[in-house]
Design a protein around this ligand. Structure first.
Ligand code: AHM
Ligand code: MG
Length: 341
């Protein structure tokens, strides 16, 4: 019989392989996954909010009902700050870093997160996700400083996401490949379902908001036109898939192959997505899976962010698809590349 590996057992196994490991990640991921299970339950019950009361109102028990993204922020923050492993964290929901309160011990890590990404999909029962990035503390401030959170992607020690989809999945990397766990609701455990995920070198899906076509730079317009008409994918060109939830679009492309694009455009000259808790963690994962991530000029992992909520153009996915995009962005001779293929 194939052995069933829980998230906890996976981390204990990993811990045994590295004698210097102190079990920090075992504890941190155990708490992260606990918070994810609670958020997953709340996301699954979200439709009932219409019946029992919505945000800003009280529910049937007279308790305040919080908006799901605020609720997710509180659940993750409260679960992660008491462990003694973090000194601070940052969140899309908070303008400043959140220091671990005085009553709890501090640790040597910080965590950046988007507690519930895909805000336009929250109220309509469409897949959404949580994204997180873990870094080592670099300041001398006992309870952390902004500079602990604002670090380049290559400094991440682990990153991951939780996808609240047809099932709930937790996918992570700590630089030893990418592992995916699926929540088995009947026993309430995340079980290893995807070991050492590799993104296909090429793929047939491209994900971009086509509604902004008129605002794209010319290189992106030409690229999208090219991949629609390209004869390379069995003569059919690439297929468009766009959910509007980064985690869901990324996850599909990770497993099936493809490319995700959120360029800078005339409406959002810096791009829309945030470096620290959207671009960098997904770049770490896609690179560990054999893919690539860029802002159009520089590898996402090599960029040094300057601000907590900095936005950035983001292109990531299968290595060969990102290479073709880069040829368009660098005005390379596309025809000669196609002839070589
Ligand atoms: P959010 O952090 O407000 O949820 O915005 C991020 C989301 C991503 O999940 C998604 O890729 C993108 O915004 C979709 O944006 P758009 O509606 O402009 O296509
Ligand atoms: Mg977001």
């Amino acid at each position: 019989m194939k052995s069933i590996i829980s998230l906890e057992r996976h981390f204990l196994d990993q811990q045994r392989r590295y004698p210097e490991a102190r079990g920090d990640f075992t504890k941190l991921f155990s708490e992260l996954s606990f918070a994810a299970k609670i958020v997953s339950r709340e996301v699954n019950r979200a439709g009932l909010a219409d019946i029992i009361g919505r945000a800003g109102r009280t529910n049937i028990q007279g308790e305040d009902v919080q908006k799901l993204d605020i609720l997710a922020n509180n659940i993750f923050t409260q679960s992660l700050t008491h462990l003694g492993l973090l000194c601070a964290l940052s969140s899309e929901e908070d303008p400043n870093i959140i220091r671990v309160p005085d009553e709890y011990p501090t640790g040597n890590y910080v965590l950046n997160m988007d507690p519930l990404d895909g805000s336009s999909n929250i109220d309509v029962n469409v897949s959404i996700g949580t994204i997180f990035s873990i870094l080592r503390k670099v300041s001398y401030a006992p309870r952390g400083d902004e500079i602990d959170c604002i670090q380049p992607g290559y400094k991440q020690v682990a990153a991951g996401y939780v996808l609240y989809g047809s099932s709930t999945m937790l996918v992570y990397t700590s630089g030893q490949g990418v592992f995916g766990f699926t929540l088995e609701p009947s026993i309430g455990e995340f079980l290893l379902s995807h070991s050492q995920i590799r993104i296909p070198k090429t793929g047939k899906y491209y994900s971009i908001n086509e509604g902004y076509q008129n605002k794209w730079p010319e290189s992106i317009r030409n690229y999208i036109q090219h991949i629609k008409l390209s004869k390379n994918k069995g003569g059919r060109g690439m297929s468009h898939r766009y959910i509007g939830s980064l985690v869901a679009d990324f996850h599909r492309n990770l497993l099936k192959g493809g490319i995700f694009l959120y360029p800078a455009d005339s409406k959002a000259p810096e791009g829309k997505l945030r470096y620290l808790y959207e671009a960098a963690p997904l770049a770490f994962i896609v690179e560990q899976a054999g893919g690539k991530a860029t802002d159009g000029k520089t590898d996402i992992m090599k960029i040094s962010p300057k601000r907590l909520h900095q936005r950035i153009p983001l292109f990531l996915g299968s290595a060969e698809e990102v290479d073709i995009l880069m040829d368009f962005m660098n005005n390379k001779d596309i025809k000669s590349r196609e002839q070589q293929q």
